[in-house]
Design a protein around this ligand. Structure first.
Ligand code: CTP
Ligand code: MG
Length: 401
């Protein structure tokens, strides 16, 4: 048995009607994925298998010259390392297969037919189908002339009449959803395709052609990822993976006592506390929090966005500024997960207000309360907080982006 005679036929001659609307009318096999046409991805997988001797590409008749030129260019940039040729396809899939088979060289004895709309196959799948095709058949048994990848079904399948009524329910355990590449002995597949053509039989895969002619076909394990791009929703399979990375930001702010703004912390008014000096409402805690959020997304600090020279921010509510900062962060795909806040003040005592502050900050951030922590400390009478000249706050914010 020659071990070196398998070629692959890569089908790329369809119109992709079910998807065409969604992708601007171009047939799906020409979609650009990772900077390359979809059909090229299957070609690279076959080229990576030592079992494959050469490739036949089947392109739409009206795009043959252009596709062949693209193929030559891609092969020059990143060599396939095996011989290939291109032919024009036909009206139906089975016509394209027949035309592809006709182009195979004399020496070829086995062929794998593959839909270029299935770019996710692995090179292992090629051995999975070729292996059993090459195995000797026990005495007295009919050989398998075709091996195809298939997966068991999870849904129950109904055969349904045109009026919607159920005709029958085949036992699920016997059913398989089959894929490509499908491997065949070439002379038998050629003859079978000639016969279905002559008899006007329509099929949707090549195993059906062999079954029609009474040949034995084996189903080998398929691959879950080996999906066919068919419907607009399948385009999601081609979308780049959306990755978020953890990030954290640190914020620090100070306000001096002795001004004319009533003390607010986390948007909560602290009655009886000393007044603070500020251009905005002087909420030291929300200011540290905003800087921490800006830190997460690399957007500088609040001074840059809300300068204290700008009359627009005169006595502005820091809750409102926080809303703006959250909008800016959302535009950077930031997803906030946690805020840890510390108020450093000799007076007033924060403990009686901590729970209120926590609840309000969680509300402002749209986080559950257990994702926000508010703590307070004095500096033991030391420094400017210790001497009661002012207060400060630090914030650590974590999230993903
Ligand atoms: N194919 C082909 N020649 C045809 C029809 C189909 O080479 N005349 C190829 C397609 O390019 C595809 C594979 O066969 O890679 C599987 O067919 P299918 O998923 O049905 O693709 P299309 O026929 O292009 O799509 P649709 O049925 O939605 O029009
Ligand atoms: Mg089709």
């Amino acid at each position: 048995m020659p071990n070196n005679s398998a070629w692959a036929v890569i089908l790329a001659a369809g119109k992709g009607r079910r998807l065409a609307e969604a992708c601007g009318g171009s047939a799906k096999q020409f979609l650009n994925w990772q900077g390359l046409p979809l059909w090229w991805h299957s070609a690279k997988v076959f080229a990576a298998s030592p079992l494959i001797r050469g490739l036949v590409f089947v392109f739409p008749k009206d795009r043959l010259t252009e596709a062949q030129a693209d193929l030559s260019r891609l092969d020059q940039q990143d060599s396939l390392g095996l011989p290939w040729l291109c032919v024009a396809g036909g009206e139906k899939r089975q016509d394209s297969v027949r035309l592809g088979l006709a182009a195979l060289p004399q020496a070829c004895e086995e062929v794998l037919i593959h839909d270029s709309a299935r770019p996710f196959l692995s090179p292992e799948l090629i051995s999975t189908v070729l292996g059993p095709l090459r195995q000797d058949t026990p005495e007295g048994e009919e050989p398998f002339l075709g091996v195809i990848p298939g997966l068991p079904l999870t849904d129950t399948i109904k055969e349904v009449l045109p009026d919607g009524s159920v005709l029958r329910t085949p036992a699920r355990s016997f059913l398989r959803a089959v894929q490509t590449p499908q491997a065949f002995k070439l002379p038998a597949l050629r003859a079978a395709h000639a016969r279905v053509e002559a008899e006007g039989v329509e099929v949707t895969d090549d195993a059906s052609v062999m079954e029609y002619c009474g040949h034995r076909v084996l189903v080998a394990p398929g691959e879950i990822d080996n999906k066919k791009i068919t419907l607009p929703e399948d385009l999601a399979l081609l979308a780049p993976p959306f990755r978020r990375w953890p990030c954290s930001g640190y914020g620090y702010d100070v306000h001096r006592y002795g001004g004319n703004r009533p003390l607010r912390l986390g948007g909560i008014l602290i009655p009886g506390a000393e007044l603070v000096v500020a251009h905005s409402d002087g909420d030291v805690l929300l200011h540290a929090l905003m800087d921490a959020i800006l830190g997460c997304v690399g957007l500088g600090d609040i001074g840059q966005h809300f300068p204290d020279k700008d009359p627009a921010w005169e006595n502005v509510s820091s809750s409102l500024l926080l809303e703006k900062v959250l909008e800016m962060a959302a535009e950077k795909d930031f997803w906030l997960t946690q805020a840890d806040l510390t108020i450093i003040a000799q007076r007033p005592r924060i403990a009686p207000h901590a729970q209120n502050i926590r609840r309000n900050v969680a509300r402002l951030l749209g986080l559950p309360e257990n994702r926000v922590n508010v703590k307070a400390t004095t500096e033991e009478g030391l420094g400017f907080t210790g001497q009661g000249q002012g207060l400060k706050a630090v914030a650590l914010v974590s999230g993903m982006r």
